[in-house]
Design a protein around this ligand. Sequence first.
Ligand SMILES: NC(=O)c1ccc[n+]([C@@H]2O[C@H](COP(=O)([O-])OP(=O)(O)OC[C@H]3O[C@@H](n4cnc5c(N)ncnc54)[C@H](O)[C@@H]3O)[C@@H](O)[C@H]2O)c1
Length: 444
Amino acid sequence: MKGSSSSESQKPMPATGKLGILTPGLGAVATTFIAGVESIRRGYSKPIGSLTQMATIRLGKRTENRSPLIKEFVPLTQLDDIVFGAWDPIPDDAYTAAKKAGVLEDKHLEPIADFLKAIKPMPAVFENHYVTRIHGKNVKTGKNKRDLAEQLRQDIRNFKKDNECERLVCVWCASTEIFIVPGPQHATIAAFEKAMEENDEMIAPSMLYAWACIMEGVPYCNGAPNLAVDTPALQQLAIDKGVPISGKDFKTGQTWMKTIIAPGLKARMLGLEGWYSTNILGNRDGEVLDDPASFKTKEESKLSVLHNILQPEIYPDLYEGFAHVVRINYYPPRGDNKEGWDNIDIKGWMGYPMQIKVNFLCRDSILAAPIVLDLALFSDFAHRAGMKGIQEWLSFYYKSPMAAAGLQPEHDLFIQQTKLKNTLRHLMGEEQITHLGLEYYQSK
Ligand SMILES: NC(=O)c1ccc[n+]([C@@H]2O[C@H](COP(=O)([O-])OP(=O)(O)OC[C@H]3O[C@@H](n4cnc5c(N)ncnc54)[C@H](O)[C@@H]3O)[C@@H](O)[C@H]2O)c1
């Protein structure tokens, strides 16, 4: 592939004017994100879970005592300058969709009801072949997939103009599509565009949104495990057009826990015999994932994590052949409040077995919403810094991080965090932090 992803950075342009955040999908995650930002803007809530709003970053030597907030160090768009837009096949406005999603309570929704009611989804590019469990009439028609993608481009231009936005970013918050393996249709930009014109089945709606965004110079973040931008064709297009892209699949709940615990086991050279994970989930996402074709896409995304962190090929005595099972069961009474159980069979000194049990009662969309905000703000920042192609430094937020061809993705949350912060330091002309601390001992 021609070009590079991160090496051609420049001094970031300032975050002037308005930033439009577009989400394909106006369901549980998107409405929780939008309602949260509005609630924070009005001073009703705090941005808990968001690095862009709450985290600090250490600069220079420890003795310098410089640890500003990330948002004071990096020129990020202010929350007050954000405008929201969405597409969804279900025509509900953001208020109605949030009520149906059942994540947020009336005490949080009612004070911002007018704001949410004004956000109405644009007609979606949607086909039941790719998501079987959703039925909605707010759907575009066109002579072929290329035509539909061109309509998305027009939506993007109209949104930008009507809302007087200086810049846009897109975060996929729509359903998980059926599993698609990359084929020749995704190999080059020419093959991809031809396949769009021929209505090829291998071109899913998520890819049309991604193509449209990149063509319009809009960074694209993929919150679902769908292939979407993770193809050579669209990665090349992103480099050619100078657009940052990232994915796949927001790292919330159980997988986030895995990327915390597994590096801990490996750091202490403790072995793993097996890891059994099961969830009950009752929201619409759970219903979509109840379809085996959509679950397959999710399963692939969840399974890759442990193997990549534990590296059984380097540590066969500890990790060769460990069992890894992931189940998601749709259980309506639970709504968005997922319950996950993990049974982890580990082994220690002389091979003695031990077990760790994790019972995580989490709220899926509450964990995902700050990720949407951070991805949008960081991707916009990356764009202003001249970054293009895959943004590996945003792997921190993804279950199944995209990596350049031939490279292994990094799954360890703590390495990902270091990479994220060092990228910010690098882009702002500060020294990388190695945590070596030699200056202290050498000065003695
Ligand atoms: N909540 C989490 O913790 C989490 C974590 C990782 C990934 N995700 C992913 O984020 C996505 C959103 O999750 P959710 O809980 O909000 O689901 P949801 O079902 O509440 O919302 C998804 C919305 O997308 C819409 N949609 C489907 N296809 C579309 C298309 N082609 N164009 C536009 N809209 C479309 C649906 O009508 C629905 O309103 C899912 O793919 C989910 O797997 C969520």
